[in-house]
Design a protein around this ligand. Structure first.
Ligand SMILES: Cc1ncc(COP(=O)(O)O)c(C=O)c1O
Length: 364
């Protein structure tokens, strides 16, 4: 049986003239093609300022830095997220304050968040896992009330909406996206920061370019901020651009995959899905399931590769570890991402569902 991967990007079905166009210009650093990506994303997201970055991790790092976050400050991070969210905080020198997640949404648990904030709390990073907003609405209004900045880690949420109009990643003070190969569009590496504030955008553009504050003719530039090289480049931009233009089509396919799984697995009592919202695009379909590891191994033997959700951050050695978070461990042991590639055929989707049914029938 042909192998079904957990997620493969779809970059080979574009008639991509942008790369040829670029090579002819003999300029491959960050330039016009990157600006075209920023403009296209800005239009797609309905966001004023979009700044391309070298990765999603650097996007979060830059977002934190642009808010002035530094050593001794505290930043709220959910216990269930990709470790990049945490690492970006640690790179600023600030202390990540880990918060329990809710089992119904696998996003930040507001009650625990309330217990973890104090005078040092400068920002909350809300992670839209798989493109879901979870209890973002409540967290956002709480943060506003407390005047704490909100950074949306929307690495997995490009195209997903908060309501019928507004896109995730555009509601907090800053939104961050990633273009690694497991995302809806990819250029191997890359990221983007989105903000309504021109002042924040200006700082980010400077920090990502070695803190350059005044550009003259090169060597005589001024670097009044502490920064680094977190730039994107036009080679990657020329690969990403046609994908940005195709986003609406890709979103439809992601929704189709998700709907197929929901419809075909709905009668298996050992499986639960997170609540569905019409505006959201779940790029990777998650199931909360019994005997998760057995199911994973069973499907692997059938040449179907899934992915287990991450370990809780609080389980890692470099994380301050006095947290007892039962719900995070529950999620970490029960959630499985089903194959979610955008070119999955209905035949493949049927094969996956039929194997999952077989597994649960055979193990009753
Ligand atoms: C939730 C989340 N945050 C941050 C990142 C980091 O993005 P990158 O790998 O582009 O640095 C990723 C993706 O890898 C992610 O899934």
């Amino acid at each position: 049986m042909k192998k079904i991967n957990w997620y493969v990007p779809k970059i080979n079905n574009y008639n991509n003239n942008y790369l040829n166009e670029l090579i002819k210009t003999n300029f491959i650093s960050e330039g016009k093609m990157t600006s075209r990506c920023e403009k296209a994303l800005s239009k797609f997201l309905g966001a004023k300022n979009v700044i391309m970055t070298s990765s999603g991790t650097s996007a979060i790092y830059l977002a934190l830095r642009s808010l002035g976050i530094k050593a001794n400050d505290e930043v709220i991070v959910p216990n269930i997220t990709y470790v990049a969210t945490l690492n970006a905080v640690k790179l600023t020198g600030a202390k990540p304050k880990i918060v329990e997640v809710n089992t119904l949404t696998s996003t930040v648990e507001l009650d625990d968040l309330k217990k973890k904030i104090n005078k040092k709390t400068k920002a909350i990073i809300f992670v839209h896992i798989s493109g879901r907003s979870g209890n973002f609405k409540n967290v956002l209004s709480f943060a506003k009330q407390k005047k704490i900045k909100v950074i949306e880690d929307a690495a997995e949420a490009l195209g997903s909406k908060f309501d019928s109009k507004r896109k995730l990643g555009t509601l907090g003070d800053i939104g961050c996206f990633s273009f690694t190969p497991t995302k809806i569009i990819t250029s191997a590496q890359g990221g983007a920061v989105v903000t309504r504030s021109r002042a924040i955008a200006k700082i980010i553009r400077s920090i990502k370019d070695q803190g350059r504050t005044k550009k003259k003719i090169g060597g005589d530039d001024t670097h009044d901020l502490f920064g680094g090289n977190f730039k994107y480049n036009d080679i990657l931009a020329s690969i990403l651009l046609p994908q940005i233009y195709s986003l609406e089509k890709l979103i439809l396919k992601a929704k189709k995959n998700n709907n197929f799984y929901r419809e075909n697995l709905k009668n298996i009592k050992e499986i639960k899905f997170y609540k569905k919202f019409e505006n959201e695009v779940c790029i990777w379909t998650e199931i909360i399931c019994k005997r998760r590891d057995h199911l994973f191994n069973f499907l692997l033997k059938k040449n179907i590769k899934c992915r287990k959700i991450w370990r809780p951050l609080s389980s890692f050695k470099h994380v301050q570890n006095n947290y007892k978070m039962r719900k995070s461990y529950f999620i970490s042991n029960k959630v499985l991402w089903l194959p979610s590639s955008l070119d999955l055929t209905s035949k493949e989707l049927k094969r996956i569902c039929s194997q999952i049914k077989k597994f649960y029938q055979s193990t009753i």
